[in-house]
Write a protein that binds this ligand. Sequence first.
Ligand code: NAD
Length: 351
Amino acid sequence: MKTFVHRGQVTKVVFGSGTRNRIPEEADVLGCRRVLVLSTPDQADQADQCADLLGTAAAGTFTAAAPHTPVEVTEKAVAHAGSLGADSVLAVGGGSTIGLGKAITARTGLPQLALPTTYAGSEMTPILGETEGRRKKTRRLPEVLLRTVVYDVDLTLTLPPAVSVVSGLNAMAHAAEALYAEDRDPVAFLMAGEALDALVRSLPRIVRRPDDTEARADALYGAWLAGTCLGTVGMALHHKVCHVLGGTFGLPHAQTHAVVLPHVVAFNAPAAGEAMARISQALPGDAPANALFQLGGQLGAPTALRDLGMPESGIEQAAELIVQNGYWNPRPVDRDAVRTFLTRAWAGEAP
Ligand code: NAD
């Protein structure tokens, strides 16, 4: 008999094409009258377009969102929001911009809406990661859950294929770890499997034709499901490894997930039979870890940590940090095993 606890989501989700036009209505439903639109410098044009859409309900824009949510950027954004009398924030972008929105919510209580433009999934989670100095601290704060997420596939068409691939593999990593999470539940398991199916189908099509709207919609659907899994069940060794590598060596987020996933799946495989069977259903043929490694190769994703800038001398330090601070994993983790798979991942070898 199954026993489980399932947490429902509080976030309203609108999904489709052209759905950004619903932003004024969605803001109005929440009672937002002065919305501060957030983006990275790269997406300042999209932020301006959203401010135009909002018309008199736009308080202004803040276009300096940066990776890993540095607190000094958040402090500037909070001051800007205060000076404009903003009563809410709208993040237009990926995990960096949505992270800034969460950091503002955590400090001010302002509600957040988002138009996600990558597959990272942050919009569906209560997780806030912030960087102060060189330290990244991650917390689960239910109060930063977004109020409304509007997925508009049109906004993802400009995401370059190479970024789409690593972002999609980042989403697959959320789904893979949800399949063997300590607190997995039947709904999260279904969503994780469906997310893998959607991403495996769509990413090769996006590489061939980045403007394939149907494939883009499928990937975004998979990303939503994977992000929901990340928000509802606990993650394990894979997310710990990526957190350590990103924080210690400044490695890029999605690319690191893409390289590490097959190696952690190989390590966890003997202790996670049901999860491996579901990954194989999405990716038939080879053993799950090898199938993931081959998929990354076919999609042109990076396969070696050394190509992302990790020094070989960092392997020992990373292994030490990864085994610190107990966390749940289906298979007990020890330093030798971590050193072994990190060495392979560093060199770009198959798992
Ligand atoms: P990102 O938000 O840093 O975006 C990468 C770059 O792509 C940026 O310059 C961005 O402006 C640009 N971009 C985004 N969408 C685009 C589009 N459609 N067209 C053209 N350019 C576009 O990347 P990310 O991978 O989405 O997010 C990474 C960050 O999110 C990391 O800091 C990570 O820790 C965090 N994250 C947090 C969670 C969470 O639950 N808290 C989950 C996943 C990721």
